[in-house]
Design a protein around this ligand. Structure first.
Ligand SMILES: NC(=O)c1ccc[n+]([C@@H]2O[C@H](COP(=O)([O-])OP(=O)(O)OC[C@H]3O[C@@H](n4cnc5c(N)ncnc54)[C@H](OP(=O)(O)O)[C@@H]3O)[C@@H](O)[C@H]2O)c1
Length: 321
């Protein structure tokens, strides 16, 4: 009896920590459909959340196309997934979203090799990237996270439509809510606001969501859906550049808190998988999901006028060369 009284405070502390950690781990995708013969593209599938998404899709039998800029790492990841899942249909394709010509080359290669694509996961992204101009004259953050996926999706629309019931998942972030603070009068303000690296990221994700909204309307008659997934806070290399701005001592002090609150890449993949695999979401389109549940995005990302302005402006941007 005395022993129970003694250990009770420790036991309740451990239990509380476990409950908090479980809560922040988020929802779990419960669907395990057979994806045999379905072709799915995961951009940025070589690391972090994208790699976990690709692995689970391979486990379900899909033909998975992983694409990024690092061919050596990409080929290694394909072998790793083949070894762990036994699925031989994992392919690496080179893709640099910071180059319109690379995106066009990638699209050509996909059209040559496949007749239909079931799903496209626009997952590749950068966070807190220094201001660097791409060969197409855009900020790297803006082009990688928004304009590149905008062009890529357009180039692949016909082959996705060919699958009959395709799904497009754009990987966004809660940071998109800063759109409310930016309150843009004109969409050019979103692509050019680059002094603050966090705001540049937030603006790129807000643009991605405005794109999803307009895209879902454009695709409403052909059975293809487009939705946004927020993975939550996930321990991946995307945060490295941001943490470098912290004092090392502060970083150390935060370690227990990060252990408690930050998801693993497998946990971060769940909402994307839910949008790809849930049979209940066949007709759900133009929505924003967090922790495997639909939730309200920043209302400005559902502003029809802004979404249309951005769409027209983006078409001009991608066609300027
Ligand atoms: N981690 C988080 O806490 C968090 C939170 C909210 C949203 N997200 C979003 O989740 C997505 C995945 O992020 P992650 O955390 O898994 O990051 P990550 O581990 O750094 O993965 C990013 C992936 O994007 C690829 N990539 C970057 N630039 C590219 C380019 N120009 N062209 C083609 N591929 C490129 C990278 O491959 P290469 O470098 O080899 O090209 C890598 O595979 C991102 O869109 C991110 O914004 C993450």
């Amino acid at each position: 009896m005395v022993n129970i009284i003694k250990i009770w405070p420790y036991a309740s502390a451990v239990l509380s920590l476990y409950i908090i950690k479980r809560y922040f781990a988020g929802g779990v995708c419960q669907h395990e459909p057979d994806l045999t013969d379905k072709v799915i593209i995961v951009t940025g599938g070589t690391t972090g959340i994208g790699k976990e998404v690709a692995t689970v899709l391979a486990e379900r039998g899909a033909r998975v196309i992983i694409c990024s800029r690092d061919e050596v790492r990409g080929t290694k990841v394909c072998f790793e997934i083949l070894k762990s899942t036994g699925n031989p249909n994992i392919y690496f394709f080179y893709l640099d979203l910071n180059s319109f010509s690379s995106i066009r080359e990638f699209s050509r290669a996909i059209h040559e090799r496949f007749d239909a694509i079931y799903a496209l996961v626009n997952n590749a992204g950068v966070f807190y990237h220094p201001f660097v101009q791409t060969e197409d004259d855009f900020d790297v953050t803006f082009q990688t996270n928004y304009l590149g996926p905008f062009l890529l999706t357009h180039l692949l629309l016909n082959i996705i439509r060919a699958s009959g019931n395709g799904r497009i998942v754009n990987v966004s972030s809660e940071a998109h809510r800063y759109l409310h603070i930016l309150n843009p009068r004109y969409v050019d303000e979103l692509g050019t606001r680059s002094n603050n690296r966090f705001i540049a990221y937030a603006a790129s994700k807000a643009c991605l969501q405005l794109f999803t909204y307009k895209l879902s309307q454009t695709l409403s008659d052909c059975g293809v859906t487009a939705n946004d997934a927020n993975p939550g806070n996930v321990k991946t290399q995307i945060l490295d550049g941001y943490f470098k701005t912290y004092h090392p001592l502060l970083l150390k002090l935060q370690t227990p808190l990060r252990w408690l609150l930050i998801k693993t890449p497998r946990q971060g993949a769940q909402t994307i998988l839910h949008l790809l695999l849930s049979p209940d979401l066949q007709d759900t389109t133009g929505k924003y999901f967090t922790d495997c549940k639909e939730c309200d995005p920043c209302p400005l990302t559902r502003n029809q006028e802004l979404a249309e302005q951005l769409w027209i402006r983006s078409l001009a941007w991608i066609n300027k060369k």
